[in-house]
Design a protein around this ligand. Structure first.
Ligand code: UDX
Ligand code: ADP
Length: 465
């Protein structure tokens, strides 16, 4: 079976870039990305490719090349399902905010809606591909729904989790460490697996395409994120000890990372990890473990989240302590709001929680981020429901110029590792601030020695002021 028509439900951070790359690499396949959100689809179709809703280095170029040729964005979900041989499900699976599993389990409402919609619309056999990160055994729920509401149409369900990291999505999709495809061991299941393998084989060497059963694939995705997050929490757990002992966390990370069994990646100390995956997936893992009665397994992974929350709170508390135990009415500049550099995504960004904590102490925060718009900053704060939207507007200003953000500030908090921060005119910033001018570098991004020479007091993560 050779695939020539693909549909992807969900035009977000995963669906958008992934489908753009498939369309680019497979000009013989028509790829249609659909979403219920009309505004989002309109933005993907904006004639000016700089206005597409996801910022990711290299993405707009690929969209410019493939859009209208074999890449299409549409709100007509049913027509796209009807036409496609293979349907990727790339919708959001946020943590449940209500009912059983509240705060931990993944909310599969949107996945279920997709499954029902596919079952209703499909008139011929389809391969359904789970792209979103899902709890292990979700495929059996999808299968249950579609086989009991369908009309004699045959479905195969594959798990093909996405391992791309935001900010490097295009490189990750172009040359992934591996592509994982899980499918049934039945002959029909294997035909479906082969069809998807052939799509990827257009640009990925066969030996990097791993095939497994569906459950291994689902669980691998969830646990890959848990392992990565655990590394960040492990190195972050040592920052506090470094601060007490004058050990230098960057040196410790370097020393640990040169052990080839450990490796250098995911050892950069920070104010805490963010992003749409790590927290959600670990909470989900904890929930699944608990639901199988595996108390110790659940507690073990939950500790990674506890460490991460501690790190964010600790950073904010250090700022307050260093600002003479009061930030009331003091202007604090935030450089960065995104959860990491090279993305406009802010989900679970450490900046949100640091801001929340400082707002309890009645600080005046001024935010600058090169890619995050003002409305997103307020949406993130309002979502926390710690205070009213009016109070958030009062406590936080969002500006489009970093120098304006820092002018008359008592302190600067670096919360995202945007490269451009390194190249600012730091003398000019120093001159415009209240003294002593303090920098709390939550990303260990800036050259502390250089800044100290100007006169700044600098506190990097894992070192004393
Ligand atoms: C992650 C996984 O890496 C990816 O494989 C998965 O598909 C989705 O989740 P992403 O959330 O885009 O990707 O970002 P990632 O680069 O993993 O970083 C997550 C968070 O950890 C960021 O806030 C980042 O700043 C932080 N981090 C990462 C550190 O603080 N230190 C590190 O050494 C690495
Ligand atoms: P991710 O980071 O996983 O890509 P996003 O939230 O960025 O998550 O994207 C998910 C997208 O899926 C959203 O744009 C949302 O509107 C869309 N979506 C959710 N449910 C459906 C559905 N049933 N049909 C079409 N689109 C959907």
């Amino acid at each position: 079976m050779s695939i020539t028509r693909i549909c992807c439900i969900g035009a977000g951070y995963v669906g958008g870039p992934t489908m753009a790359v498939i369309a680019k690499k497979c000009p013989h396949i028509k790829v249609t990305v659909v979403d219920l959100n009309e505004q989002r689809i309109a933005a993907w179709n904006d004639p000016d490719v700089n206005n597409i809703p996801v910022y990711e280095p290299g993405l707009s170029e690929v969209v410019a090349e493939a859009r209208g040729r074999n890449l299409f964005f549409s709100t007509d979900v049913e027509a796209a399902i009807d036409e496609a041989q293979m349907i990727f499900i790339s919708v959001n699976t946020p943590t449940k905010t209500y009912g059983a599993g509240k705060g931990q389990a993944a909310d599969l409402k949107w996945i279920e809606l997709c499954a029902r919609q596919i079952a209703r619309v499909a008139k011929d056999d389809k391969i359904i591909v789970e792209k979103s990160t899902l709890p292990v055994r979700t495929a059996s729920a999808i299968r249950d729904i579609i086989t009991h509401t369908g009309s004699g149409v045959h479905f195969q369900i594959l798990s093909n989790p996405e391992f791309l990291a935001e900010g490097t999505a295009m490189e990750d999709l172009d040359a992934p460490d591996r592509v994982l495809i899980g499918g049934d061991s039945t002959p029909e299941g294997q035909v479906a697996v082969k069809a998807l393998v052939e799509v990827y084989a257009n640009w990925i060497p066969q030996e990097r395409i791993l095939t497994t059963n569906v459950w291994s694939s689902e669980l691998s995705k969830l646990t890959a994120n848990a392992f990565l997050a655990q590394r960040v929490s492990s190195i972050n757990s040592l920052t506090e000890l470094c601060e007490k002992t004058e050990a230098d966390i960057s040196e410790v990370a370097r020393a640990i990372g040169t052990d080839s069994r450990i490796g250098p990646k995911f050892l950069k100390a920070s104010v805490g990890f963010g992003g749409s995956c790590f927290q959600k997936d670990i909470l989900n893992l904890v929930y699944i473990a608990r639901s199988y009665g595996l108390q110790e397994t659940a507690d073990y992974w939950e500790q990674v989240i506890i460490m991460n929350d501690h790190q964010k709170k600790r950073f904010a508390n250090q700022m307050i302590k260093n600002l003479y135990n009061t930030v009331n009415g003091k202007k604090i500049a935030f450089l960065g709001w995104a959860f990491k550099k090279d993305t406009n995504d802010t989900r679970e960004s450490a900046a949100i929680y640091v801001a929340d904590h400082l707002l309890y102490e009645q600080a005046d925060i001024s935010v600058y981020d090169p890619k995050v718009p003002e409305r997103q900053v307020y949406a993130d704060l309002d979502y926390l429901v710690s205070r009213s939207p009016e109070e958030n507007k009062k406590g936080v200003k969002v500006v489009e110029d970093p120098y304006e953000a820092c002018k008359d500030a008592h302190a600067i908090a670096v919360l995202t590792e945007w490269e451009e921060f390194k190249n600012y005119d730091w003398q000019r910033i120093y001159d415009s601030m209240l003294k002593p001018a303090k920098i709390f570098d939550g990303r260990n991004l800036l050259d502390a020695e250089k800044l100290r020479a100007i006169g700044f007091q600098v506190r990097s993560i894992g070192s004393t002021l």
